[in-house]
Write a protein that binds this ligand. Structure first.
Ligand code: NA7
Length: 539
């Protein structure tokens, strides 16, 4: 593993100490590769480190979310709720880091600003914000899909004099809403979790909604002692179920088509799904629900009915019913009494389609018809999702070509794990990777295990350079596009399709996610490995 001009600092540098970076480090250590993780935060946890806003929790069953690789870990750790809250999730990440001694190979407060590949020496040089440089033969990004929070592009945003927070950079100290006038911008999965909490204690809460989403009940509850025992003995089945499912969840689609059954049967099935915990209503629904518009309309109408039942004021209920997309074609926010919040006297819904925000001022938010004064504004405005984490690092591959330039006309990858022209760089949970649309840890483990096999080969054969061919990239990218085309989500605007109103030029849909399902994706990765990494050149 030496280079022409000496030895690289490490065999592998990993960016990110979240679920993916932690497990990748663990596997590379086992292989005996020197590895360093660079993390912008002050500790491990990734998503669960940054997104500390009240209400943040899993939408996956807790026991289907944790790592599966260590029997001992599964035995030792106990989740307290079926859908665990952020503080516990972060404790879990810390528990794993302690158990496997991960921190000794991690540098915190080390935000990577640049990563340049040297074609002659075949190594990557990474620069961090503090000006330090580190080199490695291989670079593995483990930055997730939500690495770059987005503030809304609204005039006067810096002039507000009260407290202001973005949900993804939430303070480590307790934030109190008690008696305050709070404004929340956004109604995505994050906002829905947060709003339920703020409404409990705020003096007054104003929600600024631009696009209503189809939310579904989470039905969270504590795990009883009996259930705990049951969970411990059924981990194998739980993970097998996730492994067989389209997106790594404990829910997989029903084999029937929506219109194949009678109206009564369909209605009864929807009622059952609505009563059940978790993503069943999204991932365990009729098989054609996310691909056939007629099937999709039936579930949309059902959920619209539920919203109208739950929200007392019919005018407010109508504002909360989505009109421009069908159920499940954007990320389904999971909720606990979310709709009932709008029955409270201290909560007001502002529909930005009727009265858009004109600017933010010292005292609050001005819309086209009113000035709303606040003590606190919370921006639940999401992320520059999927690719944003890459664009904020100056990544240059072979011949100094930037990744921004490479992806200027659209994302292209091989398996969502490598990019032609960027040798020795691998993207865990990258765009076009099944992990970007998955119960993420399940797909992370697949990504990492596959990488670990490749790195075992690197070590055994003393490989210096691995790159994907342009043909392999072309073929995979075409396949990803084909898979996306059949899904209804590709016809709607959301982070799934790369739309972001806060970034100039991001008003055209693109294909970022792999919609072919996790099992098919795993098979394809295994095929590539079995064919001696067909599509990649190993030197
Ligand atoms: P999302 O799902 O991207 O939601 C962002 C929300 O913020 C959404 O309601 C947006 O409305 C709204 N938004 C964004 N910019 C503005 C401006 N400028 N004005 C008004 N409203 C705005 O992000 P989340 O954090 O909720 O969820 C991201 C993922 O994290 C989620 O899918 C989970 O997988 C975990 P819009 O819909 O664009 O009209």
């Amino acid at each position: 593993m030496t280079t022409e001009d000496g030895k690289a600092d490490y065999d592998v540098l990993i960016i990110g100490a979240g679920i993916a970076g932690m497990y990748m480090l663990h596997r590379l250590r086992e292989i005996g590769l020197t590895t360093r993780v660079l993390e912008a935060g002050t500790d491990v946890g990734g998503t669960w480190y940054w997104n500390r806003y009240p209400g943040a929790r899993f939408d996956s069953e807790s026991y289907s979310y944790g790592y599966s690789f260590s029997k001992e870990l599964l035995e030792e750790w106990e989740w307290s709720e079926h859908f665990s809250p952020q503080p516990e999730n972060l404790r879990y990440c810390n528990f794993v880091a302690d158990k496997f001694g991960l921190r000794r190979d991690m540098d915190f407060n080390s935000k990577v600003t640049a990563a340049h590949f040297n074609d002659i020496a075949n190594l990557w040089t990474l620069e961090t914000e503090d000006g330090k440089h580190r080199t490695a033969r291989f670079l593995i990004t483990a930055i997730g899909v939500f690495a770059k929070p987005m503030m809304p592009a609204i005039d006067g945003i810096d002039s507000f004099k009260g407290e202001a927070y973005h949900t993804a950079t939430w303070p480590h100290e307790q934030v109190s809403f008690e008696g305050k006038r709070v404004g929340v911008i956004g109604t995505g999965a994050t906002a829905v979790q947060l709003i339920q909490e703020v409404a409990k204690t705020a003096g007054h809460l104003t929600v600024f909604q631009r696009t209503p989403n189809w939310c579904a009940p989470l039905h969270n509850r504590p795990i009883t002692a009996e259930e705990q025992k049951e969970i411990k003995t059924s981990y194998e089945e739980i993970f097998a179920k996730c492994r067989a499912s389209y997106a790594g969840f404990m829910h997989d689609s029903d084999r029937r088509r929506a219109l194949q059954v009678s109206d009564e049967e369909r209605q009864a099935f929807y009622e059952k799904l609505y009563r059940e915990p978790g993503f069943g209503i999204w991932m365990g629904n009729f098989r054609d629900m996310l691909v056939d518009e007629r099937a999709n309309t039936t579930i949309s109408e059902f959920v619209a009915g539920k919203i109208r039942e739950r929200v007392k004021d019919p005018a407010i209920a109508e504002k909360l019913v989505p009109t421009n997309h069908g159920f499940g074609t954007r990320r389904v926010p999971m909720e606990t009494h979310y709709y009932e919040v709008y029955n409270q006297d201290n909560v007001m819904l502002v529909d930005l389609r009727e009265t858009p925000i004109t600017r933010i001022m010292e005292a609050g938010i001005e819309t086209s018809d009113e000035m709303h004064e606040f003590d606190m504004i919370v921006y639940a405005t999401g992320f520059d999702a999927v690719t944003g984490g890459y664009s904020q690092i100056d990544i240059r591959g072979s011949g100094g070509r930037t990744l921004t330039d490479k992806w200027a006309d659209g994302v292209r990858t091989f398996l969502g794990l490598q990019i032609e022209g960027f040798p020795n760089m691998f993207t865990l949970v990258g765009p076009h990777n099944a992990a970007s649309f998955c119960n993420i840890p399940r797909c992370i483990e697949q990504n990492v295990d596959w990488m670990a096999d490749l790195m075992t080969r690197v070590k055994a054969d003393e490989l210096n350079r691995i790159e994907s061919t342009a043909e392999a990239e072309e073929e995979w990218t075409e396949h990803v596009h084909l898979m996306a085309q059949r899904m209804l989500f590709s016809k709607t605007n959301s982070w799934f399709t790369g739309i972001n109103s806060n970034i100039e030029g991001r008003d055209q849909r693109s294909v970022l996610l792999y919609a072919g399902g996790a099992p098919g994706y795993r098979d394809k990765c295994d095929e590539v490995a079995a064919a001696d990494y067909a599509g990649m050149i190993l030197h």
